[in-house]
Design a protein around this ligand. Structure first.
Ligand SMILES: CC(C)(COP(=O)(O)OP(=O)(O)OC[C@H]1O[C@@H](n2cnc3c(N)ncnc32)[C@H](O)[C@@H]1OP(=O)(O)O)[C@@H](O)C(=O)NCCC(=O)NCCS
Length: 187
């Protein structure tokens, strides 16, 4: 499975295999990912960036980027999918949550996968990893805002059992949400 994913990626990014020495790894984000994460967001297509941020945004402000790579690991968690190659790593996917309400332990999540790597299972791996950590960290509800035309994200959320409804705060958006309480009790 991993090898399939790796060879698909190699084909899609049209690089010679010799340039890449290791497959895709999913790991917690680190402060030294700042430059790589910035490059990842800049490299997204306008459509993917708009779907991720719901806004026209070419570059993330430096203070936001600095915060993004320093989550506290409990109330904020971020994972990156990195492709290792000779001379370094590239970020090709990112997922995160942040607790929005400490009392209810509701957390908002967001995810993006590099355009060349979409549709081959990375989104699923990232979201699964995030949900596992959210459950361990006693997040009660995980939710995200999704543009109604974003069929890929809606289908991904559905696969993981998220319920979908109109966002009560913004009628232009859909809200996908999932209670993690049952999963936590089962751990
Ligand atoms: C949404 C997104 C994260 C999905 O990641 P991905 O790596 O492409 O998704 P996967 O390959 O893991 O696919 C997982 C499931 O999503 C659904 N899916 C993925 N791409 C799809 C598409 N183009 N149309 C319909 N469903 C799709 C399928 O149900 C798929 O499961 P399957 O392969 O078993 O059929 C990715 O498309 C993306 O980064 N989009 C831009 C940013 C964004 O929309 N972020 C969400 C806002 S929070």
């Amino acid at each position: 499975m991993l090898l399939d994913l790796y060879s698909t990626l190699l084909t899609r990014v049209e690089v010679r295999p010799v340039e890449y020495v290791a497959p895709v790894v999913i790991r917690p984000i680190r402060p030294d990912d700042e430059g790589k994460l910035g490059a990842f967001f800049r490299g997204l297509s306008d459509r993917s960036r708009h779907r991720r941020f719901h806004a026209v945004m070419n570059d993330l402000p430096a203070d936001v980027l600095a915060r993004f790579v320093r989550p506290d690991g409990c109330d904020e968690v971020a994972l990156v999918a990195v492709m290792r190659r000779l001379g370094g790593e590239s970020v090709i996917g990112e997922v995160r949550y942040a607790i929005i309400d400490g009392k209810t332990r509701k957390a908002e999540f967001a995810i993006a996968v590099a355009d060349v790597a979409q549709g081959i299972g990375l989104g699923k791996r990232l979201l699964r990893g995030l949900m596992r950590r959210a459950t361990e960290n006693k997040v009660a509800v995980l939710y995200g805002d999704v543009l109604p035309e974003n069929q890929a994200m809606l289908a991904l959320a559905r696969e993981f059992g998220f319920r979908q409804r109109r966002d009560p705060h913004d009628p232009r958006l859909l809200l996908v949400e999932k209670s993690l309480e049952a999963a936590r009790l089962a751990v």
